[in-house]
Ligand binder design. Structure first.
Ligand code: PLP
Length: 387
């Protein structure tokens, strides 16, 4: 099987994890801070909190921004369910933003229309969650203008986008947003098995996310509510969670981050190779190429196929052991969302979902395999879509 994605593990990763196993700490040791510092320095963010998943990072972001019952959160309609579940955890209401039908990234014109209407109804969102789908940055500058005008907080869901660059800044720098979250799941740009991170330039948000990531416990003597207590004393100030990353995971993350440029370069080269192979295929819509303004991390290579043939092509490729995937069903189409009364049918999201196909893309994808994937898709499109 050629998978749609897979991790890249080398000897140095194995050595790094083995060293932790024989050290004093498996968790709560020094490597977590080192990993946080390295990621923050790489993306250019002020503060980082390493956690056990991007889902946890999204939840902490919602808590830190004070999202609660009665608040409204807007989320890109095409994403993994975690992007909006985090708002539901806090008892907030969710509305979905339609997406561009070719890229799946949120449609800023649509967002603007939602905001104009919401202002009239006096029901503006507290937070907007913008997803950099497949690693392609959304138009942060335009969204930031709307943020300034309508006064919402912005979370960048950069689960796919570590290493991407927007207008000269790395995604994660939080230049335009309050908080950015990352995922280190195995198929992502770097992995810690499970894992994620919250990034921010706001110290108050950072401290809240840090505290809630570990049971709401405060150790810093200067921040204790009860003063003049003995040295062993720490106190639980909020009802937090155990969302901590372990030292084993941090060791893997540190080791992986050292090679991130080679991972990104290999992904870019593979994306260019697909672009070249599909350039004569007028029926296949390929992702927008990188430009000086916007460089993708190429987490996914999502093509758009003609009407009514995606499902057959998906099935046939999988029968041939080519591990294509669909990212994603619009979140509002999941039964849970319908059970809680969210019924939407957003045209961009519907189109994207019905036509998109994620085809294999990862650093170690062999060129011959990539050529086989592209040739299989081209011949299937000729056969299936023109029947
Ligand atoms: C866009 C997006 N956000 C959030 C998540 C959740 O990430 P994790 O699996 O690290 O919790 C994912 C996972 O695939 C994702 O794709």
């Amino acid at each position: 099987m050629i998978p749609y994605s897979t991790q890249t593990i080398e000897q140095e990763d194995l050595d790094a994890v083995r060293d932790v196993l024989t050290s004093g700490y498996l968790t709560c040791g020094p490597l977590i801070g080192e990993f946080e510092d390295n990621v923050a320095a790489y993306v250019g963010a002020g503060f980082a909190v390493g956690v056990n998943s991007c889902t946890s990072a999204l939840h902490l972001a919602m808590i830190a921004l004070g999202v609660g019952s009665g608040d409204l959160v807007y989320v890109s309609a095409i994403s993994f369910v975690a992007s909006s579940n985090c708002a539901l955890y806090q008892g907030a209401d969710v509305e979905f933003i339609d997406v561009d039908k070719y890229s799946g990234n949120l449609d800023v014109d649509y967002l603007e229309k939602m905001l104009i209407k919401a202002k009239e109804l006096n029901r503006l969102p507290k937070v907007v969650v913008a997803v950099h789908l497949s690693g392609r940055p959304v138009d942060l500058e335009r969204i930031a203008k709307l943020k300034a005008e309508y006064g919402f907080y912005l979370i960048e869901d950069a689960a796919h986008a570590l290493g991407a660059i927007y207008h000269g800044s790395r995604i994660g720098s939080c230049k335009y947003s309050d908080i950015t979250v990352l995922s280190f799941h195995p198929v992502k740009i770097i992995t810690t098995a499970e894992g994620g991170m919250c990034l921010t330039n706001d110290e108050k948000l950072y401290k809240t996310m840090r505290k809630y990531s570990s049971h709401g416990i405060e150790h810093d003597r200067s921040c204790l509510e009860n003063k003049d207590m003995p040295n062993f004393y720490y106190e639980m100030q909020e009802l937090g969670f155990n969302y901590r990353l372990s030292d084993m995971q941090a060791a893997l993350g540190i080791s992986q981050l050292k090679r991130i440029e080679s991972f990104l370069e290999a992904r870019r080269e593979n994306a260019k190779a697909y672009e070249e192979l599909f350039k004569m295929e007028s029926d296949i819509h390929t992702p927008v190429a990188d430009s000086s303004d916007s460089i993708s991390s190429w987490h996914l290579y999502q093509i758009i196929l003609p009407d009514n043939c995606r499902d057959t092509i998906y099935r046939t490729l999988r029968e041939r052991n080519i591990g294509v995937q669909i990212h994603y069903l619009p979140i509002y189409d999941h039964p849970y969302y319908q059970k809680i009364g969210i019924y939407e049918e957003l045209p961009g999201a519907e189109y994207f979902f019905a036509h998109t196909l994620s085809i294999p893309l990862y650093p170690k994808l062999k060129r011959l395999d990539l050529q086989l994937v592209a040739a299989s898709i081209s011949s299937l499109v000729d056969k299936v879509c023109h029947e």
